[in-house]
Design a protein around this ligand. Sequence first.
Ligand SMILES: Cc1cc2nc3c(=O)[nH]c(=O)nc-3n(C[C@H](O)[C@H](O)[C@H](O)COP(=O)(O)OP(=O)(O)OC[C@H]3O[C@@H](n4cnc5c(N)ncnc54)[C@H](O)[C@@H]3O)c2cc1C
Length: 327
Amino acid sequence: MRPFRMAMPQSVEGACSVLKGSYKDHRVLGGGTDILSELKEGTQAPAMLVNLKAIPGLAGIAREARGLVLGALATLTDVAEHAEIKKHWPALATAAAHAATPQVRNAGTVGGNLCQRPRCWYYRHPEYPCLKKGGEICYARDGENEFHAIFDNATCNIIHPSNLAPALIAYGALVEIAGPDGKIEQVPVERFFVTPEQNITTETILEPSQVVVRVVLPAGSENAKSAFFEVREKQSYDWAVCASTVSLAMDGDVVRDARIVLSAVAPTPLRRADLEGMLKGQRITDELLAKLGEAAVAKATPLRDNKYKLILVKATLSRAIRQALKG
Ligand SMILES: Cc1cc2nc3c(=O)[nH]c(=O)nc-3n(C[C@H](O)[C@H](O)[C@H](O)COP(=O)(O)OP(=O)(O)OC[C@H]3O[C@@H](n4cnc5c(N)ncnc54)[C@H](O)[C@@H]3O)c2cc1C
């Protein structure tokens, strides 16, 4: 591992001003559960880590008039165990509770979860100069690709690993980003992620000198019927291989509005407006769910070893909807 220095800024402005430069020089440190593996694996070798832990006001979860505000340093455990989140935003609580392991959830933060890097084994292996590391090919395309993308994978086959992101998108959450000029920008979580075609070297819109400071679950989103349903090989120390998150606004038994996000199947969490349109104004029936499942995978482009994900998309989608309706 390359030696590095650690900065402990006392304010968000201080953190952003240390971060001026490039990702090669500086990286943010949240809980460290992801970036420290990258340092050990050699995929990142920054000269300095900018530790956010000494900045007051970034931890914890608070109710404000605009909604529920999750600090960037709130941990996955904080989210999973928060009584109000469990009651009003159950998809988010479940997504947080199922991620990783208890130890990782105790240390991993909301900001770090959204900014974590892909778990593609070719990206993570120092001997594979893949596209994301400035190389010329995606090794997963013809390599070992059972855990890779089945949608939007023409360039790079990573899947987005975050459990929180799809749930936050389903609730219309906003991410607050601070920059060196002291300005705070609010962006829908849905627009926080970039595709490999937009920028192959990163997964988010963050500039090197920006940090995530908060996530806001807007007031009103707590009234939805919602659920997160995932499938993983192991129940702990693993990532989802496919997940569906739904948030439904109902008029009696008719769907008035819907948000559907598929995850662990594409380089970004995938909001599916086409599927949402199929639900609006409809009663949920077995026939509708079957049609929805077929539509969900109609444009998939699976690789040699991950066709099983087509079945999982259909199953997780239908189960998430049924679970949401049960309340
Ligand atoms: C065995 C294992 C299993 C896992 N399974 C899952 C899973 O099922 N689902 C899931 O969602 N996750 C899973 N994870 C990932 C885990 O949730 C993340 O590692 C964790 O959430 C990252 O948070 P952190 O605070 O530790 O991030 P760090 O490691 O500190 O940072 C991660 C990245 O985000 C950047 N960063 C951190 N905070 C900020 C910020 N505020 N602003 C800007 N950039 C920032 C860092 O520079 C770094 O690039 C797993 C991890 C492990 C080790």
